[in-house]
Design a protein around this ligand. Sequence first.
Ligand SMILES: [Ca+2]
Ligand SMILES: [Ca+2]
Ligand SMILES: [Ca+2]
Length: 343
Amino acid sequence: MMRIKLIIVMLLAISSTTFAADPAWVTHRQLQAVHSDGSSSFDDTGPTRVVLEGIILNSPEQWFDPTADDTMAAWFMGGQWEVYVQGEGEDHAGTSLWVGQNYGNGPGYENYTNQEWRAEISRLNRDPNTGYIFNPGDRVRVTGRYLFYKGKLNVNENHEIGTNFDFTVELAEPAVGVPQPEAVELSELKDANNNEIFDPARLSGCEYYQSRLIRINDVNIVDPENWGVEQTITIRGANGLTLPVRLGLGSGIGRFSCPAGQIDVIGILDQNAPGYPPNIDNTKGYRILVLNYDGNGLVLTDLGCKRGNLAGDINTDFKVDFKDFAELAANWLEYRDGLYGCD
Ligand SMILES: [Ca+2]
Ligand SMILES: [Ca+2]
Ligand SMILES: [Ca+2]
């Protein structure tokens, strides 16, 4: 099976402009190909649906709030779910998978009810064959449609709530591990004038690392006053080059203060091109996503494992006391849509 798949992928690599099969096996690099202005070239001639594999980089609920909310309000999306999947080996690219609840709060589409939304993300959080709940570090196979949005081609359901627009995420291999973040210099991402480096061949600059896990060493946060959940801070290297860091919803970002002094940053290099159709500049808008922080003081990231081994030590200060109880009480009876009560 793996050999057949490899042959198909190699054939696609040779003839990347025609896709006879639907869905067609593609690499992340093929899927993310762009024109010189940064717009998608894949969707000029691409198939209706694609199949691709890679490693999950993030927990979706640390990036967008999945909580069902079908409030009718212009452009209000309600619950959202987005997972970044990184290609492996020669496939130096990555792709995000996105769904939202209230497509109909924009023109021309319909909304999921709260119940339908919970069912949708409960489905996407699980391997359909085993019920296994996905985690960062799992290798998955994704089959679905796609749309280009703000600089990257996302696998999504084209804003349609009908089941024939579903995309699927299947487990290829559990717990292969989150990829080692690639060490990147700010000078690989920004030119001497601090402008974003854009290479339409996607072999260098920001595009090369888009939707992949990277590490930038020896930077300072220049605006710690902006630290907080869903806020954007700025890192600056010794050469004066800067890059925005978008902080996610991870509880550690609210619990710990902004790291001070010279630090390293580990996160997903993302593109969120500025502007609105038809005036989007798809060669700009790069940033690092850091979705959680564990308070270690030296690396802005969630190292994923904590010392102490005290189950009640919610704030991880190695003592179980009223500070833990306060966090517990503040969250009392909350539950996470898409993960709890899905059976
Ligand atoms: Ca791009
Ligand atoms: Ca759907
Ligand atoms: Ca504690």
